[in-house]
Design a protein around this ligand. Structure first.
Ligand SMILES: Nc1ncnc2c1ncn2[C@@H]1O[C@H](COP(=O)(O)OP(=O)(O)O)[C@@H](O)[C@H]1O
Ligand SMILES: [Mg+2]
Length: 380
C-alpha cells in the first residue's frame, strides 16, 4: 500500500487552477521531489498534503488513514496528520538555545525530561550540531540555523517529511553541503519525504523519483535517470539539463530501421539514427540530444554534421562549446572534458555526431523513440 496517495485532487484560487486532477502515489521510504517552474503548483500540492490548504475536490490518504476527502467531508487538521514541515523561511525561537528549540516540539508529548534529553541529543548528533546545543540562533550561521530547523522537525519522528524549497535561501556551496546532509539523513531515518524545488540539480541528486509539474499537472513521474534520459515530452526534455539540451527539427526520410532523417536546417546530410525501431515515414519530428551526447571530430566524418565553433566556455574540469551548423546556422551545444575541447578554437570548422538521444513528435511534443542507448538502459 502506498504511504501517500492523492486521488483526483484539484485546488483553485479564484479563476486559477493551481493543481488539476492530480493523482500521485508515493511508497514507504521514498524521497519524491515535486519539480517545475515557478507557479506550476508545487507549494499548493505540499500545502494540501500538510493540511494548511484545503483542496476543492479529491482525496488524500496517508497509509490506511483518509486525511482528506471532499466527497465524505473528511478534513484532518495539520497537527493530526503525523507530518513534519520545513519551509524556505524557517523561524527558530530567538530567545531559546538550540537545545530548547529542538526540545520544544517534544514538550507536549508527555515524555520525561530524560527521554527528551536523549532524543534531542541524538538528533543533534545526526545533524552534527552536538557542540552547539547551548547557543542561540543569532550565534549560528545560516546553514547551522537551517540544520536546527531540520532537527526540530525530525526529533518528533514524523512518518512523513514535507519540504518546500528548504535550501533556496542559502549560498551555492552551503546548498551542496546540505543536499548531502539531507540525503544522508533520509538514508538514516528512512522517513517518506516529499520535497519541493524548482532546481533540477537538487531534484536529480536527492530523489528516488521526480514528479515534473507544469500548470498544475504532473508531466512525468519517474526515477531521476528516466526523467533525464527518457523525457516523456518536450517540456520535460527542455526543463531537465544544464545547459538546455539540443532540439533539431527534422523530417523522417526513411522509416528504417535504422531510420533516416533530414534536418530542417541542413537537409543535405542524411542522418541515420542508430535505433532498432522504425519511425513513421515523412513524420515531422524533433531530435533531442543532450550536450554530453554529441561527439565531434575536427576532420569530416560520414554521418557527421558540419559546424563552426561559436564560443567555448571552459569551467575547469569540463568545457561547454557552442557551435553553429553550416549551412543553416542552428545553434548546437556540446559538453565534454576540457582537454578534449582544447583543440576547438573560435570560428573553427568541426563535425558533430549525435551519439544518443530522443525523437519527439513535432506537433504533439510526445516521445516517439530513443536511439543510441544500450537496450538495458532503454528497458530500465
Ligand atoms: N493563496 C493564493 N491565492 C491566489 N493564488 C494563489 C495562491 N497560492 C498560489 N496561487 C496561485 O496558484 C498557482 C500555483 O502556485 P504555487 O503552488 O505557489 O506554485 P509553485 O510553488 O510551483 O511556484 C500560481 O498561479 C499561484 O499564483
Ligand atoms: Mg512554491
Amino acid at each position: 500500500m502506498p504511504i501517500i496517495a492523492i486521488r483526483n485532487m484539484t485546488k483553485r484560487f479564484g479563476q486559477t487552477v493551481a493543481v488539476r486532477e492530480l493523482d500521485l502515489e508515493i511508497a514507504d521510504g521514498e524521497f519524491v521531489t515535486l519539480l517545475g517552474p515557478s507557479g506550476c503548483g508545487k507549494t499548493t500540492t505540499l500545502r494540501c498534503l500538510s493540511g494548511l490548504e484545503e483542496p476543492d475536490t479529491g482525496e488524500i490518504h496517508f497509509g490506511d488513514r483518509c486525511v482528506f476527502s471532499s466527497a465524505r467531508g473528511v478534513v484532518v487538521p495539520p497537527g493530526g496528520r503525523g507530518i513534519g514541515l520545513v519551509f524556505q523561511h524557517y523561524a527558530l525561537w530567538p530567545h531559546m538555545t538550540v537545545f530548547q528549540n529542538v526540545a520544544f516540539g517534544l514538550r507536549k508529548k508527555g515524555l520525561t525530561r530524560s527521554e527528551i534529553r536523549t532524543r534531542v541529543r541524538s538528533t543533534l548528533g545526526v545533524l552534527g550540531l552536538d557542540e552547539h546545543e547551548g547557543r542561540y540562533p543569532s550565534e549560528l550561521s545560516g546553514g547551522q540555523q537551517q540544520r536546527v530547523a531540520l532537527a526540530r522537525m525530525i526529533v518528533t519522528q514524523p512518518e512523513i517529511l514535507l519540504f518546500d524549497e528548504p535550501l533556496s535561501n542559502l549560498d551555492a556551496k552551503l546548498r551542496m553541503t546540505l543536499r548531502a546532509e539531507l540525503k544522508r539523513l533520509h538514508g538514516e531515518i528512512g522517513a517518506t519525504t516529499v520535497y519541493v524545488t524548482h532546481d533540477q540539480l537538487e531534484a536529480l541528486t536527492l530523489s528516488t523519483r521526480i514528479a515534473v509539474m507544469k500548470d498544475g499537472v504532473v508531466q512525468q513521474m519517474d526515477t531521476p535517470q528516466e526523467v533525464y534520459h527518457f523525457p516523456r515530452n518536450l517540456f520535460v526534455a527542455e526543463f531537465m539539463g544544464n545547459p538546455t539540451a539540443n532540439f533539431l527539427p527534422a523530417t523522417v526520410t526513411s522509416a528504417g530501421p535504422p531510420p533516416t532523417v533530414a534536418l530542417q536546417w541542413n537537409p543535405d546530410v542524411p542522418l541515420v539514427l542508430p535505433s532498432p525501431t522504425p519511425l513513421p515515414e515523412s513524420a515531422e519530428v524533433v531530435i533531442n540530444v543532450r550536450p554530453e551526447d554529441i561527439g565531434f571530430s575536427v576532420t569530416p566524418q560520414s554521418g557527421y554534421l558540419p559546424a563552426t565553433v561559436y564560443a567555448t566556455l571552459p569551467t575547469g574540469a569540463e568545457c561547454i562549446t557552442y557551435g553553429r551548423l553550416t549551412p543553416g546556422g542552428q545553434e548546437v551545444v556540446l559538453k565534454g572534458p576540457e582537454e578534449e575541447h582544447a583543440c576547438l578554437g573560435l570560428n573553427q570548422p568541426f563535425w558533430l555526431g549525435l551519439k544518443r538521444g530522443n525523437v519527439f513528435d513535432a506537433r504533439e511534443g510526445t516521445l516517439i523513440s530513443s536511439f543510441g542507448f544500450s537496450s538495458r538502459e532503454e528497458d530500465s
